[in-house]
Design a protein around this ligand. Structure first.
Ligand SMILES: Nc1ncnc2c1ncn2[C@@H]1O[C@H](COP(=O)(O)OP(=O)(O)OP(=O)(O)O)[C@@H](O)[C@H]1O
Length: 226
C-alpha cells in the first residue's frame, strides 16, 4: 500500500448475499483525511463501510485497509483489523448498566489491555480529548445524546486507530450538537486519524467543506460536489 493511504480499493465489487450492490469501486483515502460519504437510502453506503471493516468479503478487485489486505483477510484477522479502526454508529451502543469509565475499561480489556495503570491513564486521555473528563463516573443515562456520542468517539479512540468509520453519527442529534460532533471528528482527523463519515445531513455537509464521495446507481463516485 502506498505510504499515505489508509483505504485503497481498486475494482472492488460489493455484494449483499447474491445482490451486486456496488460495482467496480475505486476509493482512496489518505492518512488524516476527513471525507463524507453520501448517497440515498439503499445506495450502498453501509455495505461499503462493511467491506472496509471486514464484515463483508470483497468479491472481485483488490482492497487494503490500514495495512490489511482484504482479499487475504481471514476470520481470525478481523479483530486485529478492527483494532486499527474506530467505529462510531448512530445508535450509541454504550452498555447501560455501567459507568463511562467501566464502558471504556470493558473495551480495553476485550482488546487485550492488562495493565491497570495504563488502562486508567488511557481512559482519562481519550475522555479529555472529547471534553468529558469530568463525566468519567457517570452512567450513560446521566449524559445527553451529544455527550453519549462523544463517549462513543472516545471509545473509538482507545486503541489509537488509523481510521474512524462513522455511520450517521449525528442521526439522533439536534443541529447544534451535530455540529459539535462533526467539529470533534474534524479535529481528530487533523491529528492524523482519517475519518470516513456517512451522512444524509446536507446542512452539516455544507458547513464542513471537504471531499465528498457518493454511492449512486451501483457506483462509488469520488470527489463529487453538492
Ligand atoms: N443483509 C443484507 N442482505 C441482503 N441485502 C441487503 C442486506 N443489507 C443491505 N442489503 C441491500 O443492499 C443494498 C444497499 O444497502 P445499504 O444498507 O448498504 O444502503 P445504505 O446506502 O447504507 O442505506 P441507508 O442510508 O438506508 O443506511 C440495498 O438494496 C439493501 O436492500
Amino acid at each position: 500500500m502506498s505510504g499515505n493511504s489508509v483505504i485503497k480499493l481498486q475494482g472492488v465489487d460489493v455484494y449483499q448475499q447474491k445482490h451486486l450492490v456496488l460495482n467496480n469501486v475505486n476509493l482512496h483515502i489518505d492518512k488524516g483525511e476527513f471525507v463524507f460519504l453520501i448517497g440515498q437510502t439503499g445506495s450502498g453506503k453501509s455495505s461499503l463501510l462493511k467491506i472496509i471493516y471486514g464484515d463483508l468479503h470483497i468479491g472481485n478487485g483488490e482492497g487494503q485497509v490500514a495495512g490489511f489486505d482484504l482479499k487475504k483477510l481471514a476470520e481470525r484477522d478481523i479483530p486485529f483489523l478492527r483494532r486499527k479502526l474506530g467505529i462510531v454508529f448512530q445508535d450509541f451502543q454504550l452498555l447501560t448498566d455501567r459507568t463511562i469509565e467501566q464502558n471504556l475499561e470493558f473495551v480495553m480489556k476485550a482488546t487485550g489491555w492488562k495493565d491497570k495503570k495504563l488502562i486508567s491513564e488511557r481512559i482519562r486521555d481519550v475522555l479529555e480529548k472529547v471534553g468529558l473528563r469530568s463525566k468519567i463516573k457517570k452512567m450513560p443515562h446521566e449524559l445527553s445524546g451529544g455527550e453519549q456520542q462523544r463517549v462513543v468517539i472516545a471509545r473509538a479512540l482507545l486503541n489509537d486507530p488509523e481510521l474512524i468509520l462513522a455511520d450517521e453519527p449525528t442521526g439522533n442529534l439536534d443541529p447544534d450538537t451535530s455540529e459539535e460532533i462533526v467539529t470533534l471528528l474534524k479535529q481528530i482527523s487533523l491529528s492524523g486519524t482519517s475519518v470516513l463519515m456517512a451522512s444524509h445531513d446536507f446542512h452539516i455537509i455544507r458547513k464542513f467543506p471537504t471531499r465528498i464521495i457518493k454511492c449512486e446507481g451501483g457506483h462509488v463516485h469520488e470527489d463529487v460536489t453538492i
